[in-house]
Design a protein around this ligand. Sequence first.
Ligand code: NDP
Ligand code: PHD
Length: 368
Amino acid sequence: MERRKVGILGATGMVGQRFIQLMHNHPWFEIAWLAASDRSAGKTYGEACKWKLDTELPARIAGMTVMPNVPEGTPEGELPKIIFAALDSDIAKELEPKFAAAGCAVISNSSAFRMTTDVPLVVPEVNADHLAMIEKQSWRHESGGYIVTNPNCSAIGLVLALKPLEQKFGIESLFVSTMQAISGAGYPGVPSLDILGNVVPFIKNEEEKLQEEVGKLLGTLAGDHVEMLPAKVSAHCNRVAVEDGHTECVSIKFKQPATYEQILAAWAEFKPLSDLVHLQAWGHGLPTAPDEPVVYIDAIDRPQPRLDRMRGKGMAATVGRLRECPLLDWKFVVLSHNTIRGAAGAAVLNAEVLAMMGKLDPVKKVAR
Ligand SMILES: NC(=O)C1=CN([C@@H]2O[C@H](COP(=O)(O)OP(=O)(O)OC[C@H]3O[C@@H](n4cnc5c(N)ncnc54)[C@H](OP(=O)(O)O)[C@@H]3O)[C@@H](O)[C@H]2O)C=CC1
Ligand SMILES: N[C@@H](CC(=O)OP(=O)(O)O)C(=O)O
């Protein structure tokens, strides 16, 4: 099968680079277009980008010209209909609708439209059914375009661990305290003199995003909107001197009683995409989905970012230290890679599911 041409908006940033790393050899997607700010447009990608990943910048990508950040900046017919977006929220608010209006499927990583009623906020293992909401977006009838979002990087690891628990026991309330890696702040990010040997107990808007996104992700699709999960969520978000990988300490109260063994079984049995992962009809399943989205590690001092963030090629959440909580019912630690599972990998997996649903072939107008 011919690979689908895709573009990346914000291609030179931390998340943009991960998109390139994850997709330059992707079996379904071919990177055909890169865009960033006016500072970068017109340069080659190799000139414009400070490549920060530990794999080589692919030579083909280094030689590509960075395009302006608007659909009209690209000659007619050369703009891919699938656009991965890794922009700051304020910029995304302005630019993403322009690409949707130009008939593109915008697979967004930013927070700009996550809580908008008709925009799906999706982690495929958790709420793939919410993708149906794209059909409610007005662009669908005007140009065929739409916007799909993935959550905040801390919310993704957390909801992967929570989904099987919500299904089995129901969640009444939740307390989460995060230790977030510096790569989460983009490049150059937090000044070294602020973070070296230090912890910063504030990340702008992070606690609010984490609290509300969990409600939408674990909520129920009800026609044209999502009914939020009515659980109480309290988040504390902290920046720590770790390069990659967000760690979260969680205390949880359930609606139904749950034993230690039942909780471990809920995580072990959680393989919601296994039919798709192993689907042989196309010769392969979803290329980016991990076999096991949630892995429990039975060791007294795990998970740890350096040792566990690359589980499932950076797409699995690692859970550990399940024990009784004297305040709520149970407590545990969850860790996931913030720029892979928490950002670019999440968006690529959303696109793979959309491809399987036939929503990318081609991205086209639908009748009202
Ligand atoms: N890092 C992480 O772990 C996560 C990040 N996110 C979100 O992803 C998005 C990107 O984050 P990140 O990659 O870390 O950020 P960076 O600061 O590293 O990169 C920002 C990118 O946006 C581009 N840009 C800036 N201004 C404009 C503009 N006016 N028009 C077009 N492009 C522009 C930059 O281009 P140039 O090089 O030309 O300046 C660069 O490519 C943000 O919304 C962030 O909140 C989400 C989850 C996790
Ligand atoms: N704010 C997160 C990363 C991020 O960019 O989140 P969001 O996608 O919600 O803006 C962090 O610092 O680790």
